[in-house]
Design a protein around this ligand. Structure first.
Ligand code: NAP
Length: 230
């Protein structure tokens, strides 16, 4: 058994999470890949070297049982947790008359409650490892977007990051919010920009935060495409 550090990523089956898993694996991290699509996670875990290096864990982040189970599996399999990244999330159409109330419920539960549950599940193990907690916010969590409940969920994520940073101050645990601009992923049915970010652009930002020495806490990284005005 190696002592390579262990990173748990929610929303690892696609987009930014999957790209970061690949880059982290190349940097020597062992991975716990969590999302609802077990088939995609299993293929990615195989690609990254199989059970010694990466495991797939089916986890709906809106379920506390699933999140607790993911943490239990992590500790049973790898014996440690060094970083946890609450990255799972999705958007929705703009407009307070758009989407259905049930869609809204799912988005708020995933983006806000799901992120809070990941924090809750990870804190004890991160205290033990003096580890690193990361959350995926957004440019939409830093500025208001007309008619966007999604934007409000990401403001909540940024607020949670600062709240938990203060709670964990002195514990050795670092807290980073990653705030992407428009990135070419399954988040969009049609990407609204000619030259968006690519998932690996965000992956490099995540690795920058993860690879700092223990006394350096990168609290927030906001990354826009060069041509994203707002
Ligand atoms: N793309 C952008 O422009 C952009 C900009 C700013 C912020 N973000 C944020 O970046 C994060 C990643 O999104 P992405 O752009 O990489 O989009 P994506 O390609 O659609 O990936 C979303 C990921 O979240 C997972 N997910 C969604 N609901 C889940 C749930 N209930 N439980 C567990 N996993 C769930 C999906 O996996 P399953 O469907 O397999 O569960 C998938 O792995 C999100 O928080 C998003 O809000 C994206």
């Amino acid at each position: 058994m190696t002592d390579d550090r262990v990173l748990w990523i929610t929303g690892a089956s696609a987009g930014i999470g999957a790209a970061t898993a690949r880059r982290a694996a190349a940097s020597g991290w062992r991975l716990v890949l969590a999302a609802r699509s077990l088939d995609k996670l299993t293929a990615l875990a195989d690609e990254l070297g199989g059970p010694d290096r990466a495991i797939a864990v089916e986890c709906d982040v809106t379920s506390w049982d699933d999140q607790q189970a993911a943490l239990t599996i992590t500790l049973e399999h790898f014996g440690r947790l060094d970083a946890a990244w609450a990255n799972a999330g999705h958007g929705g159409a703009r407009g307070f008359l758009a989407e259905t109330p049930e869609f809204w419920r799912g988005m708020v539960l995933t983006n806000v409650y799901g992120a809070a549950l990941t924090i809750r599940a990870a804190i004890p193990a991160l205290r033990d490892s003096r580890g690193h907690l990361l959350l995926t916010g957004s440019v939409a969590g830093r500025r208001n977007i007309p008619g966007s409940l999604y934007s409000a969920t990401k403001h909540a994520v940024h607020a949670m990051a600062e709240s938990v940073r203060q709670e964990l101050d002195g514990s050795g645990v670092r807290v980073t919010v990653i705030a992407p601009g428009i990135t070419d992923t399954g988040f969009f049915t049609q990407v609204p920009l000619d030259a968006p970010l690519q998932p690996d652009d965000i992956a490099r930002a995540v690795l920058y935060a993860l690879e700092q020495p223990p006394h350096v806490d990168i609290n927030e990284i906001l990354v826009r495409p060069t041509a994203q005005e707002l």
